[in-house]
Design a binder for this molecule. Structure first.
Ligand code: SOE
Length: 402
């Protein structure tokens, strides 16, 4: 099973980092691609090995192992963690199992990569962060997978904000729009059940934009005021394995127990104001993530549909020729691009997972906690909880604890 991974050249002499991954759906496929590619593009201190993949359905996980290039397959995540040929556990499951798997993996001495959002509740994320911080003292690392930080254009935006190129921050405007729930006949899946997904568009899309906004701003949100809505409360049950709802009948309807859309405003610790919109009902928008930052000296804007570009306005230039200009983020001295293609040959969505793997391998080899840490994931979780609390209270401004 799986593809041969290495020749006996100098790469083979690098100490391995043997990955065990739990989950093989969309994120499992994306992470597999990252692990498979990273050592072939970047000169890493350690050599990633796709040791074992895990999922409950034996035939399906074996097929995934074969397709994605994993050497072995397991059907029980506890068995995966117990394997002594696994150094790092990569968690790509729905949110309701993140805490249990991560805590067990850390207790077993493994490094951990956990998909976003870190957990389904603040309590779980707090326990995971404590365990990660303890494990760090034993040389283990833990990271949460906010992959949109790892686009060359967003990483460049962070660098430019840190260099002071937009000056004191005044506004952050961000939206993440999808439309896959517009049809009321679209079936119920685990993503629409609170006990499995934690929340709806808020945890799935809102978590990304909260993290990205805080990362780019270099500051945390201090409080929020929110509205959430569930537009379609009953959806058909499909009974199919794709629904991720074990034991559900194939007929009738089931209740949607998460938000379909979340709208909130926020105040950053440094005083900047922010607006956020996350929805699965933006007809025609498939995966539209846009963020704009306005500072005293300039502005930056990024659009995921044009992900090799960053718009920059330098407000210190004379008004006669100032204005937003497009930076084509494909130069070798732009973040992550030293090892890729010549200028002008852009990257895509999947490269974020390659870069995530690269940063994690460096963190492990250098014995430093890579960002975003579990503590960063916990902070995002607190913002999500504050959004839910504010929405419940009908948009009262809700300060964030911690
Ligand atoms: C589905 O809404 C989804 O796949 C998210 O779960 C991902 O995190 C996002 O990157 C794309 O959309």
């Amino acid at each position: 099973m799986g593809q041969p991974q290495q020749t006996d050249g100098p790469e083979a002499e690098k100490p391995p980092i043997r990955v065990g991954m739990v989950g093989y759906a969309f994120m499992g496929a994306a992470h597999s691609q990252g692990w498979r590619t990273v050592g072939r593009v970047f000169d890493l201190p350690r050599r990633p090995v796709l040791a074992a993949i895990c999922g409950r359905d034996g035939a399906a996980v074996r097929a995934a192992a074969d397709r994605y290039g994993w050497a072995a397959a397991e059907t029980d995540w506890r068995a995966l963690i117990a394997r002594d040929d696994v150094d790092l556990v990569d968690i790509c499951t729905p949110g309701d199992s993140h805490a249990e798997i991560a805590l067990a993996a850390l207790a077993a001495g493994k490094h951990v990569l956990c998909e976003k959002p870190l957990a389904n509740t603040v309590a779980e994320a707090t326990a995971m962060t404590r365990a990660a911080e303890e494990a760090e003292t034993r040389g283990q690392v833990a990271m949460v997978g906010f992959n949109y930080r790892r686009l060359p254009a967003t990483a460049l935006a962070r660098r430019m904000v840190a260099e002071g190129r937009i000056g004191t921050l005044r506004h952050v405007r961000v939206s993440y729009l999808q439309d896959w729930l517009v049809d009321p006949q679209s079936p119920l899946t685990w993503r629409l059940r609170k006990e499995q997904a934690g929340s709806g568009s808020l945890g799935d899309l809102g978590a990304h934009i909260v993290d990205l906004a805080q990362y780019l701003a270099g500051e945390r949100l201090a409080g929020v005021s929110a509205l959430t809505e569930t537009f379609v409360r009953q959806r058909p049950l499909s009974g199919g394995p794709g629904s991720g709802l074990a034991g559900e009948p194939a007929a009738g309807t089931g209740e949607v127990t998460v938000d379909d859309a979340a709208l909130f405003t926020g105040r950053f610790a440094g005083g900047a104001l922010a607006s956020f919109e996350a929805t699965r009902y933006a007809t025609g928008r498939k995966n539209s993530l846009r963020i704009e930052l306005n500072g005293e000296r300039g502005s930056l804007a990024f659009d995921l549909e044009r992900l090799n570009e960053l718009a920059y306005h330098d407000g210190t230039e004379p008004g006669t020729h100032a204005g937003f200009r497009r930076i084509l983020v494909t130069e070798p001295d732009h973040p992550y691009l030293e090892a890729w293609w010549p200028p002008g040959h852009g990257l895509g969505y999947e490269h974020t997972f390659v870069h995530q793997a690269r940063d994690l391998v460096h963190g492990i080899a250098e014995g430093r906690a890579p960002e975003p840490s579990f503590a960063d994931g916990l902070q995002v979780q607190r913002v999500l909880a504050a959004v839910e609390e504010s929405a419940e209270k009908n948009s009262v401004y809700t300060p964030i604890a911690g």
